[in-house]
Design a protein. Sequence first.
Lengths: 242, 125
Amino acid sequence: MTDDIDTLAVEVWRGDARGGGYVAYAVPRRESQTVLDVVTWIQHNAEPALAYRFACRVGMCGSCAMTVNGAPRWTCRTHVRRVAKAGRLRIAPLRNLLVIRDLAADMAPFFDKWTEAGGTFAPTATRDEPAAEIPPETPERAAADAGIECINCAVCYAACDTVAMAPDYLGPAALNRAWTLLNDARDGGQAGRLKAVSGDNGCANCHSHQSCADLCPNGLNPTAAIAGLKRRAGRAWLRGGA
Amino acid sequence: MTASSAAPRARIHAGAHRGHPLWIVWLVHRLSGLALALFLPVHFLVLGLALNDPAALDGALRWMDNPWVKAAETGLVLLLGLHLFGGLRLLALEFLPWSPRQKTFAAAAVALACAISAGFLLSAV
Ligand code: SF4
Ligand code: SF4
Ligand code: FES
């Protein structure tokens, strides 16, 4: 422990889609404590009805993201030491999504947009055919590899001011996914995908703030992916497509 | 599509994703664009009035010797520089292959704009 505080002053947002507010809890400070540990302590010791999500606790599943002191974070791998200010934590559901209850946001629109952006792999071969050989050093594969470690946590989506202004914007995660598939030689759905990401809710909306890249817990850069989409979409438009 | 646009969102405290360097240059680009849209017409109007009326031009030139006016003109050059180089940075970001040095480019754009407006100020005094 790097601070001398033995109790954290934690405010947790409680409520549902109709409204709510912050409720204060005093939580014992522990060594190597994560924000998810704090939320779990509250649920075990103070507020059994507190709703929140987690599964893996090791940064794999992407289900534990919340707003912590004003910024979206994966709570299972965010240490209190890094984010608490003078022993204070303010924990809320993710921004840019509706709340179901307490810290659990409704992720449905986020995942719907993955589908809308052409995020479904369109196979061009069956399992009976030999596996495709993809040389890892091609520029396309390198571009896809840079974006595939996404855990669908919606941290980037919550950090995006454009989603906040234009709620139908597909957002950083869905567009990043589309970019990885657009660079996948095995995929056969490129025309439809390019159309989906070039549409009214697509890549042209992005203002390149790079807040998404700044906060992505896996160090991905959706802004770079979206810039790639803008180039592909622009090229298609010049060729008289789109 | 989804109900996301219509239904109310939770009133939560969330704004700490802002304020990082690349977000700030985005804001600077926005604000400089707005400020230019407001002040450039005024600038041209004053010039136009002066050019149409030689007597007024003398008055205008004297008025432009005023240190406040020089400061304002320097501000206008700074805004132009920020918006121009910021815009070139965005064009490079969107149309050239991706570079991981975005913060360096942003700093260079701001530095160039500052250097040019400082040069303008020095030549004006
Ligand atoms: S860079 Fe684009 S996707 Fe990322 S936060 Fe800004 S608008 Fe959203
Ligand atoms: S891109 Fe990063 S922040 Fe966005 S959903 Fe994927 S892992 Fe999370
Ligand atoms: S609980 Fe799985 S990523 Fe945090």
